[in-house]
Design a protein around this ligand. Sequence first.
Ligand code: PLP
Length: 351
Amino acid sequence: MERYSKNLRPCLSQLKPYVAGKGYTEITRKYGIPQERIVKLGSNENPYGPSPKVIEALRSISSERYPETEVLMEGLARYTGYPEESIVVGTGMDGVMDTLTRIFLDRGDRVFIPTPTFSYYEILTVMSGGQPIFKERLDGYDVPTDVPRDVKMAFICSPNNPTGNQTSENDIIRVVESTDGIVFLDEAYVEFADKSLLGLVKEYDNLVVGRTTSKAFGLAGLRLGYAVAPEWIAEQYRRAAPPFFGLSCASVAAGVAAMKDLDFMHQSVSKILSERERLTRKLNARPSQGNFLYLETKAASGSVADSMMGKGVIIRDCRPFRGAGDHHIRVTVGTPEQNDSFLEAYEEICA
Ligand SMILES: Cc1ncc(COP(=O)(O)O)c(C=O)c1O
């Protein structure tokens, strides 16, 4: 093995594998709980799924053909209000960020990452040979706006996963104006928030706003993300992106149909918002602008998460989020019934 493992890139040794939310299969195998009794609130998915128009569109895809993206780009242009020349797509927002880091980051490049936040930014930075510069978020999880010198990129998540707060327009402007680096504003959860800062892309040549269909549109399993970028960045992106941007006929057909049925998305968001309010009140939780709550636990988060899973309720233990410590969990807002099951188990375990 050693004969061949010397070929591995040394940066790999800095990383632990990304820890995703637990799935049905693992819980069924570990605790013998059948899937229909499991309440899955660990991955910030949308329990209402996609529009019925998406399901219909998926029935007529030509699986033997490579995908064509023109109509999808038109739909995203309508939805975002930006021209197609400013829009890039990828295999989830993860795929979009992967291509972006490949066009900007080289060995030793510094990348600003305020923590705790989505862990994939760190993985992408390290795998590009870059050096993450972590700074803890301030009180209320605000982003520190004194951007470290000479950063090539900054990753700002808003609403932030896992803490749920949004970064103010003033703070984003401060970050964008105080650096020559590229600022990636991750708006994966923005449809659940009061405000989007997408309009700022028109004003700044170093701001890219990432979006996804995984959350509000209920398409997590189809892996379709996009970003709105200044045209000069979108042009370079197209040089480095994988063939067909890493999309499939299924993700394209689903995206096209989803963009034609915004009513469905708005209805599912509004159901989630009213449940978010109910859960926030009931748990006296810190306010969230995403489809999830960030909760401080008295007991260690690992043991809370394990006990919850034993009762068939999957939530996220936040320990793998750098800087979140070991007393926080994150729970996705589900349907009223799912949230009731969560509340019942949580009250029993944390009473
Ligand atoms: C903040 C944030 N950004 C990006 C992603 C990835 O989104 P996608 O499913 O589009 O790859 C997630 C997924 O949970 C996320 O929480």
